[in-house]
Design a protein around this ligand. Structure first.
Ligand code: NZQ
Ligand code: ZN
Length: 388
């Protein structure tokens, strides 16, 4: 068990009657607000009008950047940073899902960099400062509302890079589950797969960790398994949306990490997929995860799968550990592909093996992905092939 520092200074306004706090919260950081959003869902759900009314009520000046893409592009980041510099923006307000929030984080950082924002993602230039960021989350998935990470795509180089920096952490996030009532069944499914993957990336670890954190992670996964189907069948079920929303934040805000120093596995592989094929992140993870589990299951890792199967899926403890382990992978597959209704193979979503070798090389940066089980380029290609 390693030492760790717990420090998650994001103020969360949770629930359906919190928007009245938005104006005073933004005002703390200045007068000139740049609101960022995506392709228009916030207008369709009536949230845009409510947010604008709060900003006006607080006497703040509003500027806007719309059209942030799912798998947000660095071009949008550069555009936003240009507005911030030209209009002397004091505070950023991201209204949307992970893509809008991630792009806004890099807009905030790129405002202080006089060059292409891509340099910040490739660490060619350091992040030295960031505008204060407030978020209003509309999709439970990435946890970007409470973490210091941004993931940005470069369509020219076909790269998708994630970068973590404490300055990117939002100052405050508004989490109103009713804002997610309109999220489609497909995006709810993908978001749920993403949340589960964030937990599994931490949970599958052979080091001695805090028992308490393992119990929390099992509880978080069970929460998604219980409530994702409810949200899909009854999109305006508040209890289900609230549980998914708060789980999305706690899956990746750093709490469950508790000093683990092991790298993630499925995320680096998936980012290569969405970089080239522009697929939804959670869908890529749902297809990859059970295959990664099959690939990493052996006599040295079986005990963790046994724990997962018994505690998350209530599989009979008295069965052979390897039997429980295999059943746990079947149960997770059943949840992703039958309960959530996500596509099961790359072939079904139009991906063949053309780019496997390039993607695998990039995912392990030409070396070894030092995750739960270290994976080299050939291992990653083998996992991609299992997904066909
Ligand atoms: O663009 P709009 O019109 O807003 O529509 C979006 C988009 O089409 C729509 N949507 C969002 N809220 C809605 C809604 N539709 C109806 N009602 C609502 N309330 O949903 C679509 C997907 O939105 P997006 O923001 O792309 O989804 P998500 O939140 O899953 O974000 C995915 C991005 O986050 C990155 C992913 O790689 C991907 O680029 N990630 C960020 C992480 C982080 N910051 O820590 C970690 C994750 O592992 C992940 O990599
Ligand atoms: Zn993710």
């Amino acid at each position: 068990m390693n030492d760790f520092i717990y420090d998650i200074p994001v103020k969360v306004f949770f629930g359906k009657n919190q928007l009245g706090n938005l104006g005073p919260e933004l005002k703390k950081y200045g007068k000139r607000v740049l609101m960022t959003y995506g392709g228009g869902s916030i207008k369709r759900i009536g949230l845009y009008d409510k947010v604008v009314a709060e900003i006006k009520k607080a006497g703040l000046e509003l500027f806007e950047l719309s059209g942030i893409e799912p798998n947000p592009r660095v071009t949008s980041v550069n555009k936003g940073a240009k507005i911030c510099r030209a209009e002397k923006i004091d505070v950023l307000l991201a209204v949307g899902g992970g893509s809008t929030i991630d792009a806004t984080k890099f807009i905030g950082a790129a405002t202080y960099y006089d060059g292409d924002a891509w340099d910040l993602l490739t660490a060619k230039a350091p992040i030295t400062n960031c505008l204060p960021i407030v978020t209003i989350l509309t999709l439970a998935a990435t946890g970007s509302e409470m973490d210091p990470v941004g993931v940005i795509s470069n369509m020219e180089t076909k790269d998708k890079l994630g970068f973590m920096h404490p300055l990117l952490l939002p100052k405050a996030s508004f989490l109103d589950p009713t804002n997610t009532f309109t999220v489609s069944a497909y995006q709810t499914a993908c978001g749920s797969a993403d949340i589960i993957s964030h937990i599994l990336e931490e949970y599958f670890n052979m080091n001695r960790d805090l028992y308490m954190l393992d119990c929390v992670m099992e509880g978080l996964i069970k929460t998604v398994i219980k409530y994702a189907p409810v949200a899909i069948n009854e999109p305006d079920n508040y209890e289900a949306r609230a549980n998914l929303m708060w789980t999305s934040s706690w899956a990746i805000n750093g709490f469950i990490n508790g000093g683990k120093n092991q790298a993630w596995s499925c995320h680096p592989m998936e980012h290569e997929l969405s970089a080239i094929y522009d697929i939804t992140h959670g869908l890529g993870l749902a297809i990859l995860t059970p295959r990664w589990m099959e690939y990493t299951l052996d006599d040295t890792t079986v005990s963790k799968f046994y724990q997962f199967g018994c505690n998350v899926f209530d599989i009979d403890k008295n069965m052979e550990p390897m039997t429980v382990a295999k059943k746990s992978i079947e149960k997770l597959s059943d949840f992703f592909f039958n309960t959530l209704g996500l596509k099961k193979t790359f072939t079904e979503i139009g991906i063949d093996d053309t780019n496997f070798s390039t993607m695998a090389k990039k995912a392990c940066m030409g070396g070894v992905l030092p995750g739960f089980k270290p994976l080299n380029q050939q291992d990653i290609e083998n996992i991609f092939n299992m997904c066909l």
